[in-house]
Design a protein. Structure first.
Length: 691
């Protein structure tokens, strides 16, 4: 069986496209205690107090930027802009600034200017000889966001944002206009190039201007800000706070070949999130004619809460874009939980009022949110986030604040729009009935060999009408399934999550095979039957791709699946429909460059070639497909233009050998497996690293 000798071979290596071998185990050699004075372990003698390194100032940021901005890739680079504009937005939300200017120069310098109060420049009482400006720019956890008297709500919460930008910029200049006086100070890689300079008198200017250029030593010589991305980020801030005007400017030379990004623009959206959502769903069919939108000041004693919600029609995927203090929270959090609960409970209350209690009894939040397109923005004091990059809100009180405010407003909206309320209730009840029907179908065993094709409930099918060009990804678990569903091309790629390790069909009896729900779901998704009932013409997908974690457990699950296909649908294998995906095990980043390694051997090769002589290469290990961001999974494993697939085939003359190998390794005779391992013991020993 081509490219699968490793999975059925029982050896200690997994065969890869380039023929490399992946060690599956390492020596468990014990240290020689006698080799160290005092009976210690090797290396203790050289590990003394002098080995303890103390990093001062902003050096920890430069040494480990991933801890502060999530890495050194394109996303992390643009996070620098987010940190700077968030400070200006805090001034606007607090009522001290009315406009923010964003300017991208041809040399890659990015400038953010506001007309707020300006960073204080007077001497700091705890740091003699330093101004407050220099302390803020060169010291972690220094800022005005810790005192709620200065900012009632703010996005820059930890006092690290602007100092991190300073640490990771080869040049940063700050101008401050306060009390009709202009001050300037310059920095490089976290260090002040001189004291604060008093430039002179200015009568019609106030606020802060920050210009910075990312350090090539950190992000790489080729790293550049994307005008399109900066443009969208700036515009989104104007949507999130209707009281601010965002002014955009970009060097024309940077816009060559870039569509829909003007060299100059002004953003101001008094309607806020309602305008934002209307733009996002423009041209799409919706269940309700109007957008459910609203804003509440001081909910629960906090700053404010704003939302905009609509429901998309058939074939459209919903989404929720949430923010806290203008900071995007792509992983959601407690505020999103409050929105989900509020919409469900208000809709059920409406059903009670119109005598539809029984119909709505089975509704869940998933039914209501299935095609929901929502924007949610909260402003709260001292929010808690998971991680410095603030991707997920963890403040428990936010759930209650959002639920109470949105539920009351949604009650009134439904009562005031009975026709739209009826459409939404009917739509949600249909989603619930479909969910219940699919669950019931999965619980019914086949009573006859021939019945109408039904699709398993967890299958996220593609929209392509025929099998040509379509693909079915079989993934391990709901977590990986969720990432794969977001990463897929909905037109041609379907995803079927399976729970854990499937039944080993080589050692299971016929009755056990017939009653296995996992395999039943798989056969239903394929549509071609199995065993004597297999019909290739009924196969619903051109490619069937096994996509499991890049580890030993993943290889075992892949082995079980290949065994199933080889035994139950051999023609599917013979005719070239079965493939193995090759997901990465490691992510390596340095200087704005990111590459992925399939396994330890590939990682070692990349360290010797792609990062030869490079220090501080960031190495991240994926725990599994479910731990990968959808974008990463798409880029490395699912995008046809970039991925690697291994086709599973049986060469004609190898069929007897393959059948024997499958029986020995997957059958119900453990002694055969033991003999197989003994025969290849020398091969396994060669792969063990004893160094």
């Amino acid at each position: 069986m081509a490219n699968t000798g490793d999975l059925f071979g029982g050896g200690a290596a997994r065969k890869l496209p380039d023929g490399e071998a992946k060690p599956e185990a390492k020596s468990a050699r014990k240290p020689d205690l006698a080799a160290v004075p005092g009976g210690g372990t090797p290396g203790e003698a050289g590990y003394t107090a002098a080995s303890i390194e103390v990093l001062e100032g902003l050096e920890p940021v430069r040494r480990r930027p991933g801890m502060y901005i999530g890495g050194t890739d394109e996303k992390a680079l643009h996070h620098l802009f987010a940190e700077v504009i968030d400070n200006s937005m805090d001034e606007a939300v607090a009522g001290h600034a009315t406009f923010i200017e964003v300017s991208l120069a041809e040399d890659g310098t990015l400038t953010v200017t506001d007309n707020g109060r300006g960073i204080p420049v007077d001497p700091h009482p705890k740091f003699p000889g330093k101004s407050a400006l220099e302390v803020i720019m060169t010291t972690l956890h220094a800022g005005g966001k810790f005192d709620s008297k200065v900012y009632e709500t703010s996005g820059g919460l930890h006092g690290v944002g602007i100092s991190v930008v300073n640490a990771l910029s080869d040049r940063l200049d700050v101008e401050v206009a306060r009390n009709q006086q202009l001050f300037r100070q310059s920095f490089s890689r976290g260090h002040a190039l001189g004291p604060v300079e008093k430039i002179g008198e200015v009568r019609n200017r106030r606020g802060t201007k920050v210009s910075f250029h990312p350090d090539a030593e950190i992000f790489g010589a080729e790293a550049r800000f994307s005008p399109r991305r900066i443009f969208k980020m700036a515009r989104s801030k104007a949507y999130l706070f209707g009281g601010v005007e965002i002014r955009w400017a970009c060097a024309p030379a940077l816009l060559e070949g870039v569509d829909n990004v003007p060299p100059e623009a002004v953003f101001r959206f008094p309607a806020g999130l309602k305008d934002y959502l209307a733009r996002e769903i423009e041209g799409k069919e919706t269940v309700t004619e109007q957008i459910f939108a609203g804003k509440v000041e001081k909910p629960g004693g906090h700053g404010s809460l704003e939302w905009a919600v609509s429901w998309l029609g058939p074939g459209e995927d919903g989404f929720v874009n949430s923010y806290c203090n203008t900071i995007p929270t792509p992983e959601g959090g407690t505020h999103e939980s409050g929105l989900r609960i509020a919409l469900l409970r208000a809709l059920k209350d409406h059903a009670d009022r119109v005598g539809q209690t029984k119909r709505a009894a089975t509704l869940t939040t998933d039914d209501v949110m299935a095609s929901c397109a929502a924007m949610l923005s909260v402003f709260i004091r001292e929010p808690e986030f998971q991680g410095q990059t603030k991707d997920k809100l963890a403040t428990l009180e936010a759930s209650r604040i959002v639920e109470n405010a949105v539920r009351d407003a949604f009650d009134h909206w439904l009562a005031a729009s009975p026709s739209q309320a009826t459409k939404l209730l009917d739509w949600s009840v249909e989603r619930a009935e479909e969910r219940i029907r699919r669950r019931a179908e999965k619980e019914i065993l086949r009573k006859t060999p021939v019945r109408k094709l039904r699709l398993p409930g967890k299958l996220a099918d593609c929209t392509a009408a025929g099998a040509a060009g379509s693909e079915l990804f079989i993934v391990e678990g709901d977590s990986a399934g969720g990432s794969a569903k977001q990463a897929r091309d909905r037109k041609t790629q379907a995803v079927l999550p399976l729970r854990g390790k499937i039944l080993n069909v080589a050692s299971a009896g016929r009755d056990k095979l017939a009653q296995n729900q996992q395999l039943s779901d798989l056969v239903q998704a394929l549509g071609c039957g199995s065993g004597s009932h297999f019909k290739e013409d009924d196969l619903r997908y051109e490619k069937v791709i096994i996509m499991t974690d890049a580890d030993v457990d993943g290889a075992h699950i892949a082995s079980l699946l290949i065994t199933f296909f080889y035994r139950q649908t051999p023609k599917l294998v013979d005719n070239g429909h079965l493939y193995l995906a090759v997901p990465p095990l490691y992510r390596l980043s340095h200087g704005g460059r990111t590459v992925y390694a399939r396994d330890d051997a590939h990682k070692a090769e990349l360290m010797r070639t792609a990062f030869k002589g490079k220090a501080n290469v960031e190495i991240g290990r994926f725990k599994g497909l479910g731990e990968m961001m959808p974008g990463q999974l798409k880029e490395t494993t699912m995008d046809p233009s970039k991925r690697t697939l291994l086709q599973v085939r049986v060469v004609g003359e190898d069929r007897p050998v393959t059948s024997d190998t499958v029986e020995r390794l997957m059958g119900n005779k453990p002694e055969a497996r033991f003999a197989f391992i003994q025969e290849r013991a020398a091969f396994a020993t060669e792969l063990v690293d004893f160094d």
